[in-house]
Write a protein that binds this ligand. Structure first.
Ligand SMILES: [Fe+2]
Length: 289
């Protein structure tokens, strides 16, 4: 496998379908490559602004995706998306001056809940991240963190009292992560939140959020507002990350115990030869050598 081959063959999100107007041309970048795309009665169209390299476009999971390779990877599966009683809605697309890998890593980090999402996803004195299990599915090469638990004052728009929430985190692709979360109205099922990150460049991204929920109480607006409030709380951490790219070598940042998922994610990026959006310390010349 070549460096970044998985990224170049992958599908990357560019817009939530519901946010896209028909017969309008949009310009963006994917992996630093400028593209234009649109939708009309014939369907979706996309092309590179320069050159005649491949640019495929497809609608999947309420989102528009593009692929810059002639040999696209298959899509990852979200079976819940096809369940008829699910509500699927976009919760916005936010442009961030940070590597998309950092945005994914922040999404995976439960340690910041009581501090950054105080009153929502965590609160003191419940600051401890309890041990959880992380593994890589050998069939799909996806990361799963199971048995994640946290006491949350207001876990979702529908939660009116603190509940002991259980989470499954899944990393389906380097820039795609999903969260499966205790569903208040249907305790045997889970709400799903997808964070689909578009790598504009190595240091800029757009985080597209899609909710696949069972909530039948809140309006779309209430669900969106809740998710956007939570995401807004993350903004300051995200845009203040130094360096903007994701350091993969552990000597740059020492992961603490609560960061088991982060360590696995970084190792998995290395094992899959992902370099785009990562940071390596420049080799220092040895004096006098
Ligand atoms: Fe957060």
């Amino acid at each position: 496998m070549q460096k970044d081959e998985l990224l170049w063959r992958d599908w990357h999100p560019v817009m939530i379908v519901a946010d896209m107007a028909a017969n309008q041309s949009y310009q963006t970048t994917v992996l630093g490559v400028p593209i234009v795309y649109s939708r009309d009665t014939q369907g979706y169209h996309a092309r590179r602004v320069q050159g005649d390299g491949p640019c495929a476009i497809k609608e999947r999971y309420a989102t528009v995706w593009v692929c810059l390779s002639q040999d696209p990877l298959d899509f990852f599966a979200i079976p819940e998306f096809d369940e008829p009683d699910r509500r699927v809605l976009g919760a916005g697309s936010i442009r961030l001056h940070v590597s998309g890998l950092r945005a994914v890593e922040n999404f995976l980090d439960m340690g910041h809940f009581p501090y950054v999402h105080d009153g929502y996803l965590g609160s003191e004195p419940y600051t401890e991240v309890l041990p959880y299990d992380v593994d890589i599915d050998p069939q799909t090469n996806e990361i799963y963190a199971r048995n994640c638990r946290f006491v949350q004052p207001r876990a979702s728009a529908i939660a009116d009292k603190p509940i002991d929430v259980s989470y499954i985190y899944r990393v389906a692709r380097p820039y795609v992560t999903l969260l499966y979360k205790t569903c208040v109205p249907a305790p045997d099922r889970q709400d799903v939140i997808g964070l689909f990150v578009q790598p504009l460049s190595e240091e800029w991204c757009v985080a597209h959020t899609v909710m696949i929920y069972l909530d039948d109480v809140n309006s779309d607006e209430e669900l969106r507002k809740f998710q956007q409030t939570v995401f807004g709380q993350d903004l300051m951490i995200l845009i203040n990350q130094v360096p903007k790219r994701m350091p993969l070598e552990t000597r740059h940042e020492v992961p603490v115990r609560a960061d088991a998922m982060s360590s696995v994610y970084r190792r998995w990026l290395r094992d899959n030869k992902i370099a785009y959006g990562t940071y390596s310390e420049p080799e220092t010349a040895t004096a006098g050598a």
